[in-house]
Design a protein around this ligand. Structure first.
Ligand code: NAP
Length: 521
């Protein structure tokens, strides 16, 4: 069995103690183990601050972009090998593994271009000079400089490649070293990808470290110049947010957590309409891609009361065309969930939802698998539920089932659908499909305070639409409330987490000179 090591203080090291075991999601065979017991987490933080930070801060944005470019190229060069690890460990189909690995290289490539466009500056200038008196003699100016600590990146199990890359790219662009910690259960891919990143030779000493397993006592050594960027469950998020050291030292913690994402089928849509077709294909894609293990997957599908039967029939028709089974087979579109625990949680979640809504496709007790032993693997069938009405529901609005599961909920008008959407208490992404401008504007503005991103599907963009579950580096990722309140990506916006915004006030011409040395946003 392979031992997955950690990369700390410039060397690959392994812990000594009871190791966590990683499994093949399809066969349940143990494939690797990882342990961090006894590793020097305080030393790793010091190493990053002492070597990685100064090295990155010395570089211009253009030079940081070159690092991102080399990392993107290295991942592309090892693509096939990385895809196989995603299939093996996380149960991804080849297409799902591509979504993760290509997402990683594309994000590095995007930040490479963005950094190039920021040029030879090393800090950002936020807005224009502000006159603080009657003349321009006393002036104000906001600037953003890289924090001088270490960014601790803790990721969820579902995107071992992309999750690592999206946080790493923004930190490098901002000029901050990082320690990446993937979820242990699917770390095989992240571990190899990190080896590939190091092998590119692009990363200065101390700029990137890797923890494979528990973070140990790392949080006890954080300072106010360090940053934590976390993706995972609300329960773990609450623990990290409330960590004594985090509270005492004012360590910034960015949280990307659970979300009851939704799609709304506009009242004007009907069969044969391109926007309706777009709605159906987005819902089915989000339900099936990565077996529904995406933080951005659609969990609630709002449909006008009198259209529910027709929409449900069309969704069932499309879902019936999917095959669940061995993820390495070309005709299989849905692989297993990533771990035994995820499967147990998803089945329990379906049972919970079924107390409020009727299962009309799939369900917890059904298993039809292709090309694999039906007694093994963490498989869950795609499951569609339908609720009779939206107001009395609790679990459907509040419980995220992290698998191929969604519920259709009837609505009467835009006011009601907004109120029902809000019952999710803050989400990553909503999508609305309609060609009725008034309905779109009312709904989008009503949904906006509760969501980090809204995708507006209409006939005009039906041919070029990007499904809501695909996170784009150009746009912010994150959402309020239940979704954690964090923000990542979004071009330079994602870099802000790693930079300190400082208000300068002084003699106008001095500040103008200082601003001229930075890159104005
Ligand atoms: P999780 O159990 O909360 O674990 C997330 C990460 O936190 C893992 O790396 C885990 O490490 C680590 N962790 C757990 N306890 C910790 C502690 N006390 N101190 C430091 N790190 C700790 O979540 P998950 O099961 O991997 O992910 C599923 C959840 O993530 C879902 O609810 C989903 O909605 C959410 N998610 C959100 C987004 C988003 O962008 N908003 C994206 C993906 C997933 P170990 O694996 O070593 O325990």
């Amino acid at each position: 069995m392979k031992t997955l090591t950690s990369f700390l203080k410039g060397a690959w090291v392994k812990g000594h103690g009871k190791a966590a075991v990683l499994h093949n999601a399809t066969t349940e065979e143990p494939i690797a183990e990882a342990c961090t017991d006894g590793l020097d987490m305080a030393g790793a933080l010091r190493w990053g601050r002492e070597f990685g930070g100064p090295a990155l801060r010395r570089l211009t944005f253009t030079e940081r972009g070159l690092i991102c470019k080399k990392l993107a190229d290295a991942i592309v060069a090892h693509r096939d090998e990385l895809l196989l690890l995603g299939i093996l460990n996380a149960g991804n189909t080849r297409s799902d593994a591509k979504f993760d690995v290509d997402g990683a290289s594309a994000t590095f490539a995007y930040y490479a271009e963005l950094c190039k466009s920021l040029g030879d500056a090393r800090y950002l200038v936020d807005g224009e000079a502000i006159a603080l008196g009657r003349s321009s003699r006393l002036s104000g100016q906001h600037v953003l400089t890289p924090k001088v600590g270490v960014a601790v990146h803790i990721n969820a199990f579902n995107f071992p490649a992309w999750g690592l890359a999206e946080k790493a790219a923004t930190a490098i662009a901002a000029g901050m070293p990082f320690i990446a910690k993937p979820a242990t259960s699917t770390a095989l891919l992240a571990h190899r990808m990190f080896e590939v990143m190091l092998g590119s030779g692009a990363l200065p000493e101390g700029a990137a470290q890797f923890i494979c397993g528990s973070v140990g006592d790392l949080f006890d050594h954080l300072t106010g110049q360090d940053v934590v960027a976390f993706t995972g469950s609300s329960d773990t998020a609450a623990k990290l947010r409330g960590h004594r050291r985090v509270l005492e030292k004012g360590v910034p913690v960015n949280i990307e957590a659970d979300s009851l994402n939704l799609a709304i089928c506009g009242p004007d849509l009907e069969s044969g309409n391109p926007t309706y077709d777009l709605f159906l294909s987005c819902v089915v894609k989000e339900l099936t891609q990565k077996a529904g293990q995406k933080c951005t997957a659609i969990r609630r599908i709002f449909v006008k009361e009198d259209q529910v039967d027709a929409v449900v029939a069309d969704l069932i028709d499309r879902l019936s065309q999917h095959k669940v089974g061995a993820p390495n087979l070309d005709d299989v579109t849905i692989g297993p969930l990533s771990t035994a625990q995820q499967k147990a949680d998803a089945l329990a979640g379906i049972r919970k939802l079924s107390a409020e809504a009727k299962i009309v496709f799939g369900g917890p007790d059904k298993l039809e698998l292709h090309g694999t032993d039906p007694t093994k693997g963490y498989f869950v069938m795609p499951t569609l539920l339908v609720a009779a009405e939206g107001e009395s529901l609790h679990a459907v609005h509040e419980h995220e089932v992290f698998g191929p599961v969604a519920t259709v909920i009837p609505y009467s008008d835009s006011d009601q659908v907004i109120a029902l959407a809000a019952r999710g208490e803050g989400g990553l992404v909503a999508s609305v499909y309609s060609d009725d401008k008034t309905f779109l504007m009312d709904t989008v503005l009503g949904l906006a305070p509760y969501h980090g991103r809204i995708c507006i599907g209409s006939e005009k963009v039906a041919g070029t639409f990007v499904p809501p579950g695909t996170v784009m580096p150009h746009l912010l990722h994150g959402g309020p409330g239940r979704a954690g309140g964090g923000t990542e990506l979004g071009g330079t916006r994602g870099m802000m987490l790693y930079m300190q915004r400082t208000a300068l006030q002084g003699f106008g011409p001095y500040l103008d000179g200082l601003a001229a040395g930075g890159k104005k946003l």
